[in-house]
Ligand binder design. Structure first.
Ligand SMILES: [Mn+2]
Length: 318
């Protein structure tokens, strides 16, 4: 349960072999970019490594996984990337790998320190920034494939360098991977400009549920299970939708409620400063970053909305 340095993390990885790298469930560009960049780097120094995730990897990330030989071997060492809490591995994986993670590489201030060793930089905009530095510490040459992975994590976790987590260092690392051939035109087009037709149908259904509260300072939209069927979209399509409420003029706290099971809802909160999304979600049993956080609540939709609005109201008054 120790926080360790880049040097120590590199040393640990050099001692390991047969390494299974775990991404969080409902994988995003950062966890996948981190996982596959690290996997490619470990293979470059002769290790057996592969990446695993409890959810299916969305097809738009296929360029990240392309051309990597997913070796079959008996995993001996387990490394997690971009995972703030063991539960985020997904229900079955969380149980299977509990107390087995030797190294966790992360950038969430809310990290629960579930791993034996944690390499954490909470000032990093993306876990991919941390992984980039670790790869450099390992002495591995960053090739185009690794550069594409790192750039993907950085651009997606910063909303293409627009979110306030973006730092000067974020841009420096982005420029380093550009020099190594990261295809920023293709990556940004795939991540930010390309929307499937099923996604557009889901966005339309979700927008129909949008409601404003507290004199327009809070906006909430809801995505119910039947909307996936109606639109043909998947849950992985909802990330961009969750960003919409905060985009409305005058909104300081935006939230989306996603139905997971009949009585289980995932809430995503996005805020403008000074409102703290991690604090709001923390009050409801979750966590995350100051501008983007999440939690899960059990109950009917009405109960969930009540609890969310009560918590938002308390934070707006602070
Ligand atoms: Mn991340």
């Amino acid at each position: 349960m120790a926080l360790i340095s880049f040097e120590k993390a590199a040393e640990l990885l050099k001692e390991m072999d047969n390494i299974l790298i775990l991404c969080h469930a409902n994988p995003d560009g950062d966890t996948l970019g981190s996982g596959f960049a690290l996997c490619r780097a470990l293979k470059a120094i002769g290790k057996k490594a592969r990446v695993d995730c409890s959810s299916e990897i969305p097809s738009k990330f296929s360029y990240i996984t392309e051309g990597i030989f997913n070796e079959s071997f008996e995993a001996e060492n387990f490394v997690a990337v971009d995972v703030a809490d063991i539960r985020l591995l997904g229900d079955n994986y969380a149980k299977e790998y509990e107390n087995k993670i030797k190294l966790n590489i992360d950038h969430h201030g809310s990290n629960t320190m579930f791993a034996e060793n944690t390499l954490l930089d909470s000032s990093a905009a993306a876990a991919c920034e941390v992984v980039y530095e670790l790869i450099c510490t390992l002495g591995v040459e960053v090739n185009k494939a690794i550069a594409d992975c790192i750039y993907t994590g950085i651009s997606t976790d910063t909303g293409c360098f627009r979110f306030t987590n973006t730092t000067a260092k974020t841009h420096i690392i982005a420029s380093k991977v550009m020099e190594k051939g990261a295809d920023i035109e293709k990556i940004n087009r795939l991540m930010f400009e390309t929307k499937s037709r099923s996604y557009m149908r889901l966005e339309k259904l979700a927008l129909d549920t949008l409601k404003m509260y507290f004199d327009g300072r809070c906006a909430v939209l809801t995505i119910m299970q039947d909307m996936y069927e109606k639109s043909g979209a998947k849950e992985s399509d909802t990330d961009a939708i969750c960003a919409i409420p905060r985009q409305i003029e005058g909104v300081q706290i935006g939230a989306s409620i996603k139905q997971k099971d009949e009585k289980r809802f995932k809430i995503s909160v996005r805020t403008h400063a000074p409102y703290d999304a991690a604090k709001i979600c923390g009050a409801m049993g979750g966590g995350g970053h100051p501008r983007a956080a999440g939690c899960e609540i059990f109950g009917s939709l009405d109960d969930v909305l009540d609890e969310l609005l009560k918590t938002v109201e308390a934070n707006l008054e602070d």
